[in-house]
Design a protein around this ligand. Structure first.
Ligand code: NAD
Ligand code: UDP
Length: 339
């Protein structure tokens, strides 16, 4: 079985990807410092897959501890999910986001060189496109103009990876730009578990549905879009997880550095998502129209033709499936992973 290092593997996207890796015959080695996830996730992964992955509670920024893991585990591939991801927090603590997100990536690149590990898949984000001039977004559209420090760290790491690929001809790097992951594993055993008040739309909606929050605030209905609310590309997290398997297969062809959008290619407005959630689950979501949220771009969705063609990958779930699975997770775990 091929060992693979999965940083941030107990997190939301990481845990779903670990399930797909196990299904595909990999042996995932998880490194996570649990700053935004719980060890209980490992039991849930075992319940779903029959395997409790090997786990190191280590900060990826800790070069010496990471060196020991590289020495002991001997893997050929890495998926680097570990990172802080709250836009609002990044505005408050930009240095923390720089040191954690960029610092952890630098440690991995240094050790990859030291140990001759060539393949890495990196979690980037559609946020690197800044305010799009046109949609759908293609991988060679301009990047930059990030409206927050979180997005800037993703862009900075993409630059580091590009420089590394130029210097290291053996390196194979897949930069995956995720659009908006939602949904959960169909078992309802793993899912998204934000701390405190959710920033993102879907966890807020599910917390309203479960009675934890009174009503949703829709941030702006005066955008230049058909119903006035912002448009995003919501992708089911299991589809996203499978995109990582497709990217790993691509790296076996030794392509050097490659970049892919992972989305559905379809835009959905805030109100469309709320209505899809209501009809998929037969639950009413009370909402009010609030003011615009600073930094929001009106419309953002992916052109996924490159990933469809080169990765032979395509999102299979639709928005109703995602709404059903998000709700299944939330109603089975009203307090998330808290016991
Ligand atoms: P998450 O917070 O659920 O998972 C990230 C994991 O990384 C957590 O378990 C956290 O404990 C861990 N971590 C953070 N810093 C670490 C460090 N220095 N050392 C070890 N572990 C560390 O987030 P997620 O939604 O699963 O996102 C995974 C990746 O995808 C992140 O890099 C994120 O920026 C990126 N991404 C997420 C989204 C999204 O909307 N969820 C969109 C685009 C990109
Ligand atoms: N949104 C909203 N109410 C909320 C959270 C989000 O109306 O409580 C809107 C937000 O303004 C954006 C969309 O939902 O238009 C998606 O927001 P999210 O934060 O989930 O993703 P991102 O903006 O990072 O793409």
């Amino acid at each position: 079985m091929a060992k693979i290092l999965v940083t941030g593997g107990t997190g939301y996207i990481g845990s779903h990807t670990v399930i797909e890796l196990i299904k595909a015959g990999y042996e995932p080695i998880i490194v996570d410092n649990l700053c935004n996830s719980k060890e209980l996730v490992l039991d849930r992964i075992k319940e779903i897959s029959g395997v409790r992955p090997k786990f190191y509670k280590v900060d990826v920024c800790d070069e010496n501890k990471m060196r020991e893991i590289f020495k002991n585990e001997k893997f050929n591939d890495i998926i680097h999910f570990a990172g802080l991801k709250s836009v609002a927090e990044s505005v408050k603590y930009p240095e923390l986001y720089q040191s954690n997100n960029i610092g952890s990536s630098k440690v991995l690149l240094k050790l990859m060189k030291e140990f001759g590990v060539h393949n890495i898949v990196f979690s980037s984000s559609a946020t690197v496109y800044g305010t799009p001039k046109k949609v759908p977004l293609k991988e060679d559209d301009p990047v930059g103009g990030c409206t927050n420090p979180y997005g800037q760290t993703k862009l900075d790491i993409e630059c580091l990876l590009k420089d590394y690929a130029k210097e290291n001809k053996d390196a194979n790097i897949a930069i995956l730009r995720y659009f908006n992951p939602i949904g959960a594993h169909k078992s309802g055993l793993i899912g998204e578990d934000p701390q405190g008040i959710p920033n993102n739309l879907m966890p807020y909606v599910t917390q309203v549905a479960v009675g934890k929050r009174e009503k949703l605030s829709v941030f702006g209905d005066d955008y230049n879009t058909p119903d006035g609310t912002c448009i995003r590309d919501y992708i089911h997290v299991v589809d996203l997880a499978k995109g990582h398997l497709a990217a790993l297969n691509k790296l076996k062809e030794k392509p050097g550095l490659v970049i892919y959008n992972l989305g559905t290619g379809k835009g959905t407005s805030v109100l469309e998502l709320v209505h899809a959630f209501e009809s998929a689950n037969n639950i009413k979501i009370p909402f009010e129209i609030a003011g615009r949220r600073p930094g929001d771009v009106p419309e953002n969705y992916a052109d996924v033709s490159k990933a469809n063609k080169e990765l032979h990958w395509k999102a299979e779930f639709n928005i109703e499936d995602s709404c059903r699975d998000s709700w299944n997770w939330q109603k089975k775990n009203p307090k998330g992973y808290e016991e």
